[in-house]
Design a protein around this ligand. Structure first.
Ligand code: NAP
Length: 296
């Protein structure tokens, strides 16, 4: 069992830290807004006042932060992880960030005598709460192997997909697929509603055939009820489609539907939906159809 520093106890990080604590590890959590550490403390973990306190004595340092600049700040800041971590500790970055930034940070960690793998996740809030995440892991083989016991606590599917940054590239592909799924599900719902077809029955039928998907199963209730409490915030998916666009462009890959999805997600942000769950892409479809949705 390890001492694990867990930095970033938000929608995803909090339940993941609690699972690790309950599995027998000693979790030392840090969150910028201290109240979000309450759940970890109630589960027997420690709520630390600073990153330095959290990483003291830890063999493993887990991060679950929103975006590339946040991970850079937490790792490279004067009071950050690299300045304070114990020698040879292993950084597991569960955040979704740019692959090039992830690779660069892994190099800086190694130069400082640490090890780092990228381990972005898919499965949403439900996957974090139920410890059934799919984890796409990039890093050196020995480092990934040494993280196996920790990754298996929070994830059901754990796949080593390549060297540093490769996990983030797979996650970009994941976010392209998920955005497309949500958008076409929203358009299908608009079509069904316009024809007064009962949505529950229609979606039951669709779920049992080739149109069935995890997106349909997890997001149908939000869309039927028109309630969009996150979950996964549109602002984060907007960030991810920016990563998709940049990652595709870097290799000259053409993703026309991806470009359209990036515009639709940007439109959702521009219309004030950035704090809503990404199933609120339905609200954009309603706007395109001349309806003004209620605030979410
Ligand atoms: P979240 O609820 O916003 O949590 C992010 C946490 O990071 C917050 O507790 C926040 O602290 C902290 N934080 C933000 N910026 C920071 C900084 N500069 N320094 C220190 N702490 C900082 O986000 P989330 O939904 O858990 O998502 C986290 C990551 O997982 C993102 O990369 C996201 O793309 C990815 N992800 C999310 C889901 C999902 O369904 N939500 C699914 C898969 C992957 P405060 O409390 O002070 O704001």
């Amino acid at each position: 069992m390890s001492t694990i520093a867990f930095i970033g106890l938000g929608i995803m990080g909090s339940p993941m830290a609690v699972h690790l604590q309950r599995a027998g590890h000693q979790v030392q959590g840090f969150n910028r807004t201290p109240a979000k550490a309450d759940r970890l403390r109630e589960a027997g973990g420690t709520a630390c006042q600073s990153i330095a306190d959290a990483v003291r004595g830890a063999q493993v340092i887990a991060l679950m932060l929103p975006d590339s600049p946040d991970v850079e700040e937490v790792l490279l800041g004067a009071d950050g992880v690299l300045a304070n971590a114990e020698p040879d500790s292993l950084i597991i970055d569960f955040s979704t960030i740019r692959p090039d930034v992830s690779r660069n940070l892994a190099q800086l960690a190694v130069a400082r005598g640490l090890r780092m793998i990228d381990a972005p996740v898919s499965g949403g809030q439900a996957g974090a709460e139920n410890a059934t995440l799919s984890i796409m892991v990039g890093g050196a083989t020995d480092d990934v192997a040494s993280a196996a016991d920790i990754l298996s606590v929070v994830g059901k599917t754990v796949v080593h997909v390549g060297g540093p940054g490769a996990g983030q590239t797979v996650k970009a592909a994941n976010q392209l697929i998920v955005a497309g799924n949500i958008q076409v599900l929203a358009e299908a719902i608009a079509l069904l509603k316009a024809h007064d077809v009962p949505l529950e029955q229609a979606l039951d039928a669709l779920a049992g055939g080739l149109a069935g998907s995890t997106v349909l199963t997890q997001k149908r209730e939000n869309m039927i009820r028109g309630t969009f409490e996150p979950g996964f915030r549109i602002a984060l998916h907007h960030k991810d489609l920016g990563i998709v666009t940049d990652t595709a462009r870097a290799m000259g890959v053409v993703t026309p539907v991806g470009s359209l999805l990036a515009s639709l997600m940007a439109s959702a942000v521009a219309n004030g939906d950035g704090g809503c769950d990404h199933s609120a892409l339905l609200r954009g479809v309603e706007r395109l159809n001349g309806r003004i949705p209620d605030p979410c």
